[in-house]
Ligand binder design. Structure first.
Ligand code: NAD
Ligand code: TDX
Length: 374
């Protein structure tokens, strides 16, 4: 989809972590484009993530479920949309272990419902038929787990999903592929490594650990802490998706990553150092967060606790991003250090956002996970 035409986008899951970052990114870069966000506002969806854009009337928000095919068809038709960027999903591995059903419903049935709607509205309409795109946002977890010396995941690595979450994303990737090959729907798929950054829901490792460091609560590390993840600042993921949509080959998949593998314990040590440094640079933080060990001088790392491992915990993920690097000229702009520092400052500057989240569904989740409000 070349950029000579304005895009009219449907962003599913646009009130979640990556989706909302993408909506901000796209609205800034392409202010002339029409953006409609469809989001069911599950526990992970948060209209605060889009507040500025909603106040300025820059986007339209529709509260609704991607499984509602009639709703999706009506939005695509009435808004004459020609681009879907599909983020909506149940996204947390631990939740998928406790209750897989919602993952199968949203990630598999929901993606299929989106594909059916796009096929019906776009492929039966000669105007849009030759000029549409369905971009599917997926994950590196579909490829399974790597050993310490295995080569990183390429686009041709066989799928071997290990959690209900990963299996449901793998199924959705296959459906997207099938709708291209069978019906000619113009699709692209991106498989990205672990993201972090603003608006990240604090059930995930980085925001959970960071907020616990501020509040003086323990930082749970699963197992031996030596599991490896490949980290990418969320804005760099958004830039990669943009490149795939605007320059990528129809029917192709692209791995997005930044060559940034870290063990969980190394990552958390780096985060501890950044939080301690922030407290040293701004003495007023000690008054604001008196329960933080960074305030008392004992250091954020004193909160680290090794806890029971995640069942089926994948040992290592690593993305080989050479295809998007070479074919589309992609380069991440943030190192882990600059991205994490920006993330720490965002959370320090946006206390009202995370306090509201923590007073709501987050505390119910922590009670369920650990049996007590920590
Ligand atoms: P998230 O959980 O923060 O947000 C998901 C959003 O989807 C929420 O706003 C939620 O309300 C919405 N949603 C859920 N079910 C819905 C439904 N049935 N109908 C409509 N909306 C629904 O997730 P995220 O971390 O922003 O991930 C977004 C996408 O990126 C997912 O597809 C995920 O698999 C993929 N991904 C995430 C990462 C990561 O590190 N977080 C990495 C690679 C890929
Ligand atoms: O409290 C914790 N302690 C801990 O040690 C949590 C929440 C996690 N972990 C570990 C598990 C993982 O090895 O940290 C690592 C990262 O965990 P998560 O933040 O839950 O992410 P992960 O399971 O790797 O999945 C993420 O990346 C790929 C996203 O949640 C997925 O949506 C995405 O597809």
């Amino acid at each position: 989809m070349a950029r000579q035409h304005k895009s009219r986008l449907l962003v599913t899951g646009g009130a979640g972590f990556i989706g909302s970052n993408f909506v901000h990114y796209w609205a800034k870069k392409y202010p002339q484009d029409r953006i409609v966000v469809l989001d069911a506002l599950t526990y992970a969806g948060n209209l605060q993530n889009l507040q500025a854009l909603l106040e300025q009337d820059r986007i339209r928000f529709v509260k609704g479920d991607i499984c509602d095919q009639a709703l999706v068809e009506s939005i695509l038709t009435e808004e004459a949309l020609n681009l879907i960027v599909h983020f909506a999903a149940e996204s947390h591995v631990d939740r998928s272990i406790l209750g897989p059903d919602a993952f199968l419903e949203t990630n598999i049935q929901g993606t299929h419902s989106m594909l059916k709607a796009a096929r019906k509205v776009w492929l039966e309409n000669p105007v849009v038929r030759d000029h549409h795109r369905f971009h599917h946002v997926s994950t590196d977890e579909v490829y399974g787990s790597l050993g310490a010396t295995d080569p990183a995941f390429t686009e041709t690595t066989p799928y071997a999903p290990n959690s209900p979450y990963a299996a449901s994303k793998a199924a959705s990737d296959h459906l997207v592929r099938a709708y291209h090959h069978t019906y000619g729907l113009e699709v692209t798929t991106s498989n990205c490594s672990n993201n972090y950054g603003p608006y990240h829901f604090p059930e995930k490792l980085i925001p959970l650990a960071l907020l616990h460091m501020l509040l003086g609560k323990s930082v749970p590390i699963y197992g031996d802490g030596l599991n490896i993840r490949d980290w990418l600042f969320v804005e760099d993921h958004c830039r990669g998706i943009e490149l795939v949509i605007t320059e990528g080959n129809v029917g192709d998949t692209y791995n997005i990553g930044g060559n940034c593998e870290r063990t969980n314990i190394d990552l958390i040590q780096t985060l501890c150092n950044l939080v301690d440094q922030a407290f040293q640079a701004k003495p007023e933080l000690a008054q604001k967060y008196p329960d933080s060990p960074s305030a008392t001088g004992s250091g954020a790392a004193s909160l680290i606790r090794y806890v029971k491992d995640r069942p089926g915990h994948d040992r290592r993920y690593a993305i080989d991003a050479r295809k998007i690097f070479h074919e589309l000229g992609y380069r991440p702009t943030h190192s882990l250090e600059t991205g994490l520092a920006q993330t720490v400052h965002w959370y320090l500057d946006n206390e009202s956002w995370w306090k509201a989240v923590m007073d709501g569904s987050y505390s119910r989740w922590m009670d369920q996970q650990y049996g007590t409000a920590k």
